[in-house]
Design a protein around this ligand. Structure first.
Ligand SMILES: [Mg+2]
Length: 424
């Protein structure tokens, strides 16, 4: 069946020919242009609408302070309101050990004295305050994201609600997972063995592996790609959902060739086929293959996501929940994508409670797939799931969405008592 998306991809004359439409090509063109204009307007409006229920909280929650604390190589963010309720977020130490100066000097002071119910608006304000936009990209937004997470945890604990309730209400009790393998240095057979081990451990029903040579390709990497793509499908069979990620390895011509191989083996999506910030080239690949093109983990701009979505350069959007600035900004991307009938499957890092924050996010989003990225529970900081104990880990290929206030975990109080303030 010819869908509206197919018509938009084909353009005016091709569309008229394809559907054997009695209208002239000019009329189809005019309608298509109108559809596009209307879609772009809806996407823009979606970006501007509230994405949470924070504005409906009746009592002010004034943030006394947001601060960065450290113990050994671990960084935690604490948000405290004027009533003394505390929210926590754990950072990814591999990123925060380079970025903490931006957090301490630029992000933390901004939130003092603000009403946490205004958090959506504050995310826009912090971007322009003191010319913070000049620091835009991962270094700024991971700091904003960790502040946001601590504040959301604080609001949840103060109001007795899990964070997903503050974000709009959960649509599902469990979040399904895909397991990603990040190797490019071993043989195709080795990757299959590792994926087998991961699937046996987590019970995931979907997998992802790497293509290309990361930001470039070689004859050897392309030869490996041509072995891996059929081998993974053959090993796991037709019921496994399989994705592959090129991390910007290819040029357009090579991406089209690889994409057609993936089509032949019924892959679920093709991630970052070409240089991540070559937006037009990404669209060329999307227009040239039927397999969905995924991307966005390096993206920090709502405007560029708007372009990627409106121009259908991506069929799966993947903002990183932390690199992009947190759950609320990522929900704006989800809302924009929804207008275009596009799914969001966020990128995550495992460290810094990536799966926990993802589970809250994925539980409230209607336009997502059955499978979210899963990288285990690599954090060293001691905590337990509030109420039921244990770590936050997958069972039978899925994560149970926490139901207790805040993010639903409790850090070990003895561990927290050893934290020291980070100063620069
Ligand atoms: Mg990726």
């Amino acid at each position: 069946m010819t869908t509206r998306r197919t018509l938009l991809k084909l353009g005016c004359v091709g569309a008229a020919a394809l559907v054997n439409h009695p209208a002239t090509a000019a009329e189809v063109c005019r309608n298509t242009d109108n559809d596009l204009r209307e879609l772009k307007a809806r996407i823009r409006n979606a970006r501007l609408r509230p994405v949470s229920k924070l504005h409906s909280l009746t009592e002010p929650i004034i943030i006394d302070r947001v601060e960065m604390l450290r113990r050994d190589d671990q960084f935690l963010v604490r948000a405290v309101c004027t009533e003394g309720v505390t929210g926590w977020a754990l950072a990814n130490p591999g990123l925060m050990d380079s970025a903490f100066g931006i957090f301490v000097n630029r992000v933390a002071p901004f939130f003092s004295g603000k009403d946490a119910r205004d958090l959506e608006m504050l995310l826009d304000e912090v971007f322009v305050t003191d010319s913070n936009y000049k620091w835009q990209g991962l270094a700024l937004w991971i700091c904003v994201a960790r502040a946001e997470l601590a504040i959301l945890d604080l609001i949840g604990k103060r109001t007795g609600q899990p964070v997903h309730a503050l974000l709009g209400g959960k649509l599902r009790d469990f979040v399904g997972l895909y397991h990603a393998n990040g190797d490019r240095n071993h043989s195709a057979q080795w990757v299959v063995e590792k994926l087998k081990e991961s699937v046996a451990e987590s019970g995931a029903r979907a997998v992802k592996f790497k293509l290309g040579a990361r930001m470039h390709y070689t004859d050897a990497s392309t030869a490996r790609d041509h072995v891996l793509i059929p081998m993974v499908r053959k090993h796991f069979g037709d019921d496994m959902v399989i994705y592959a990620d090129a991390n910007s390895s290819y040029d357009v011509a090579t991406a089209l060739k690889i994409g057609r191989v993936m089509e032949a083996y019924n892959y679920g999506f093709f991630e970052e086929p070409v240089q991540f910030d070559y937006l037009q080239e990404t669209k060329e690949v999307a227009d040239g293959v039927s397999i969905p093109i995924a991307g966005g983990e390096q993206e920090s701009s709502l405007w560029r996501f708007e372009w990627l979505i409106a121009n259908r350069a991506l069929q799966i959007v993947q903002p990183d929940l932390i690199y992009f600035g947190g759950l609320l900004r990522s929900l704006r991307v989800a809302a924009m994508a929804r207008e275009a009938g596009i799914d969001i499957v966020p990128h995550i890092s495992g460290s810094g409670l990536g799966s926990l924050y993802m589970a809250h996010f994925a539980s409230v989003v209607s336009n997502t797939t059955e499978y979210q990225e899963y990288k285990g529970d690599p954090d060293k900081v001691p905590y337990e799931v509030t109420g039921r104990g244990g770590r936050f880990r997958a069972v039978d290929g899925r994560l149970a969405v926490p139901m207790t206030p805040g993010f639903g975990i409790t850090f070990d109080p003895d561990y927290l008592s050893g934290l020291e303030p980070v100063r620069v």
